[in-house]
Write a protein that binds this ligand. Structure first.
Ligand code: SF4
Ligand code: SF4
Length: 404
């Protein structure tokens, strides 16, 4: 696609990157077939092709309105379009650049700004979020239905975390909301890896990966979170004490894997960020298949592969292989490439589209009579659990229970 970027973009690193991405798009429209928002809304401006056109116009200096911003807001950043695109268009990177420009040129109304500011303030602060969650649970019966569904009635206790005893050691990302919403996930990962000869360690002070604020378009604040996390991990990484950094939430993992790129313009952190990104792994990449005791007849499970795992990290089949090895029977799931509607803070900011996508996803997941749903990301887990008829668990919790 021919582009002529406006003066304010032409000489910037973002401008050069955006131009390179835009030039790859041949406007063929193959990506529309796998775009969840296009499937729900049926408007070309809510498809990857339409959004690419809107961003191109904005970067070329054409007038930008609230409508332009709305079509970009409705994008889940699920990156299904990247998986489908035959020309290798890096849509996810383009939309990061496009959103920053569009929001600057067409500022949000005050209420919208306030809502996003509150989310950007509260969610990445682990202690604050835990406090609000505790408060919400205490008054849960009194909450309005919409809020009540967001506050889990029951939270599984974490259980014991094995003391580090193996020569093989890995860091695990604690995350921001996961320690309060589902403390059992990282503890289960620590127990499962411990049995596989790997000790899992949480570094003190290592919290949010930066993804929440970055994707709310507080991009510099998101980068501050990334730098803080690098600082918390760096002493152990520098001393060579850990062989990998493990994420049990694929949404966080995809962000950490991108640190080298996201901090490429920061001379102080560029090299550290690239090293951290190279060490980052999803849990399914570090748990050896042969370390899982082979079993049979553990029950039927529907696996929901998060977009951040299958599209963002391009990991497919690894979790399924581990569940199958353990003896779980995987049920068939229609349209497994489509987003469940969670998408970070999307379900809070675009509840109608997110609700429709969740209804479709749950129909697909529950259609083949599974006993439970397994996933690999806390956001998807919480979002699906609100309306699922059957339990929704992180896949490592299933493996942990089986061998307990
Ligand atoms: S993003 Fe890829 S699939 Fe979509 S219109 Fe452009 S070239 Fe075609
Ligand atoms: S990231 Fe997802 S929602 Fe956004 S344009 Fe691509 S396929 Fe559609």
């Amino acid at each position: 696609m021919q582009t002529r970027l406006a003066d304010f973009m032409r000489d910037s690193a973002e401008g050069r990157e955006a131009e390179e991405i835009l030039r790859k798009c041949v406007h063929c429209g193959f990506c529309t077939a796998t775009c969840p928002t296009y499937q729900v809304l049926g408007d070309d401006l809510d498809s990857p092709r339409g959004r690419i056109y809107l961003m191109k116009r904005a970067l070329e200096g054409a007038p930008v309105t609230g409508k332009t911003r709305l079509h970009l807001d409705r994008c889940l950043t699920c990156r299904a379009c990247e998986t489908t695109c035959p020309s290798g268009v890096r849509y996810g990177r383009l939309v990061d650049i496009g959103r920053a420009v569009v929001e600057q040129r067409a500022p949000r109304p005050p209420l919208d700004r306030l809502k996003r500011a509150l989310l950007a303030f509260a969610l990445p602060r682990t202690g604050l979020f835990a406090f609000f969650l505790k408060l919400g649970r205490a008054v849960r019966p009194l909450l309005p239905a919409m809020l009540k569904s967001k506050v889990p009635g029951k939270i599984e206790p974490a259980g014991a975390w094995p003391a580090p005893r193996h020569a093989r050691r890995m860091l695990v990302l604690a995350g921001c909301v996961q320690p309060a919403l589902a403390p059992a996930i990282n503890a289960a990962a620590a127990r499962v890896l411990d049995r596989a000869g790997i000790s899992l360690i949480e570094a003190p002070g290592a919290g949010c990966c930066g993804g929440i604020r970055f994707h709310l378009n507080y991009q510099e604040a998101g980068r501050d979170d990334m730098r803080a996390l690098i600082d918390a991990w760096w002493p152990m990484v520098e001393r060579g004490e850990v062989e990998a950094i493990v994420a049990t939430a694929s949404g966080c993992g995809v962000t950490v894997k991108d640190y080298g790129h996201l901090l490429a313009q920061d001379g102080n952190y560029r090299d550290k960020a690239a090293r951290i990104a190279a060490l980052a792994k999803d849990l399914c990449e570090v748990l050896p298949l042969e370390a899982i005791a082979a079993g049979g007849a553990r029950g039927r499970v529907a696996f929901q592969s998060p977009c951040t795992l299958q599209h963002g990290q391009q990991i497919r089949g690894k979790v399924e292989a581990r569940l199958a090895r353990a003896g779980f029977e995987l049920t068939s799931v229609a349209d497994a490439h489509l987003c469940c509607g969670s998408a970070g803070t999307y379900s809070l900011l675009q509840p109608a589209i997110a609700g429709e996508l969740r209804a479709r996803k749950l129909e697909a997941l529950q259609g083949d009579a599974p006993g439970c749903i397994a996933t690999a990301n806390i956001g998807c887990l919480s979002h699906l659990q609100e309306r699922a008829r059957i339990p929704v668990r992180h896949w490592v919790e299933l493996l942990d229970r089986m061998s307990a």
